[in-house]
Design a binder for this molecule. Structure first.
Ligand code: UD1
Length: 433
């Protein structure tokens, strides 16, 4: 199955990242705002009667896509040089997310709940399949129906309408992050109380809830598996700073572990990385933490293989699976990785094999026998996190590795080549064909 994501027109479409491996990473890297928090937060600003200002916004293609999405609806947006975004929802007069944007960014589905709650109608293109699996949105739709929305799929679009949503008890069959967020946002303006059970507990859900609370929403239990929302008549605007990106943090720490380096991540939130830090310690890293920093020293050692099973937060995140597959590729021993969240999330394996990795995939399990060396080669990014794992592999491969289709990386990693070169990597972006 191929991902339907397209690249941003005219930008970076043919860009590649070229890496010459073999340098232990050393120094300090600052962590950006979290992609998976800023997207729902930007969308949630639609619920307000006034403008909201959002800071610590990462410079990412998905943020640009979300700005375009909100702008096309009639919201007024401005962005200052510090990447603070102001979103004024008062001019919204088109209640839709068209396919050309949804196919670029699946998270566009997040506008569904807020539009129907605030404006009584929404038309959102149904996202199709993706490189990491079929990714249905049935739970988003079912949840909104339980809140009283009429929902139908016509001509490839989800059409939803409601006079005013009504609070309901919603039990999610599967833990879904954006599903929880969609229902949570919709419930803030519903009449009465909503209870979301088997809710996602990811820190990004909590950040969204905190943003909504600062707009005047009444929410309890975010960060647990039961979220209770007391609907209010209206929400105001607010000022909010987005939480640091735990997946970006983990990715740089793995880069350090793979290269035997020493790294300090600043502006981070260590408490959100327990499962990842445990695995890095198991791999042989010395780690120390402060309130907003993490320091890791690998002391020139080769990492040891680790076994991993992905699952919803607080367990090990699927968004770090590909990066640990890269780590295991060059680690001492054999590591087994089991992916339980998405059915087809091993697209990076074939590319890692091109670099000499010894990986066998059986169903949702990858068995990785660490090899002492990888060798550079041209490889191709297939999705966001897979592309990060390829960059990591390039950092340790002998010779030159070129990663094609870097628009996948630009969706979720702010200035990755700048951050990596600051800590010693020999990495550059090549923009011509
Ligand atoms: C979010 C994250 C993504 C992360 C994923 C899992 C954002 C913008 N993206 O994606 O980076 O990899 O969580 O941590 O936050 N499912 C259904 N029906 C639904 C919805 C989901 O069956 O209606 C299934 C999915 O197919 C998948 C599982 O639930 O197997 C979890 O997916 P979900 O948490 O919804 O992922 P996203 O919210 O799309």
């Amino acid at each position: 199955m191929h991902c339907k994501q397209t690249f941003p027109e005219g930008i970076a479409d043919m860009a590649r990242i070229q890496i010459t491996g073999g340098v232990p990473l050393r120094g300090e890297v600052w962590i950006s705002g979290a992609k998976n928090a800023v997207l729902p937060i930007m969308v949630a600003s639609l619920l307000g009667e006034e403008p909201s200002r959002i800071s610590n916004v990462p410079h990412l293609q998905d943020v640009t896509t979300t700005m375009e999405l909100l702008g096309r609806m009639g919201a007024e947006l401005s962005l200052d040089e510090k990447m603070q975004i102001e979103i004024d929802p008062r001019g919204i007069d088109r209640f839709e997310a068209p396919y050309d944007l949804v196919k670029t960014m699946r998270a566009s589905i997040l506008v569904l709940g807020p539009l129907v709650a605030r404006f009584g109608r929404a038309r959102v293109a149904l996202p199709g399949g993706c490189a990491i699996g079929s990714r249905p949105v049935n739970l988003h739709l079912h949840g909104l129906q339980q809140l009283g929305a009429n929902v139908a799929v016509r001509n490839g679009n989800i059409e939803a309408s409601a006079d005013r949503l009504r609070g309901a008890r919603i039990v999610l069959d599967t833990v879904t992050v954006t599903g929880t967020e969609n229902i949570l946002m919709a419930a803030t303006l519903a009449q009465g109380t909503s209870i979301i059970e088997n809710a996602a507990q990811e820190p990004e859900v909590v950040d969204l809830a905190n943003f909504l609370v600062s707009m005047g929403a009444k929410i309890e239990g975010a960060g647990t598996n039961t979220i209770t929302v007391e609907g209010v008549d209206s929400l105001n605007g607010t000022d909010y700073s987005v939480l640091p990106d735990r997946i970006e943090t983990g990715t740089y720490l793995i880069a350090c572990a793979m290269t035997g380096g020493r790294l300090r991540c600043t502006r981070a939130r260590p408490g959100h990385l327990d499962a990842v830090l445990d695995k890095l310690s198991e791999a042989g890293a010395d780690i120390s933490l402060g309130e907003d920093w993490i320091e890791m020293d690998m002391g020139g050692r080769r990492p040891r293989s680790v076994d991993i099973t992905t699952a919803p937060y607080p367990a090990f995140p699927t968004d770090m699976q590909a990066q640990f597959t890269a780590l295991n590729s060059i680690a001492e021993g054999t590591g087994v990785i089991t992916e339980t969240v998405f059915e087809n999330r091993f697209m990076h394996v074939q590319e890692l094999q091109r670099l000499g990795a010894d990986i066998q995939v059986k169903g949702n399990t990858a068995i990785i026998r660490g090899v002492p060396r990888l060798t550079g080669a041209p490889i191709m990014a297939t999705d966001l996190r897979a592309s990060a794992s390829l960059v990591l592999a390039g950092l340790v491969a002998d010779g030159v590795t070129t990663v094609d289709r870097v628009y996948h990386i630009d969706r979720g990693y702010e200035v990755i080549e700048e951050k990596l070169s600051q800590i010693g990597a020999r990495i550059r972006r090549i923009s011509e064909t």
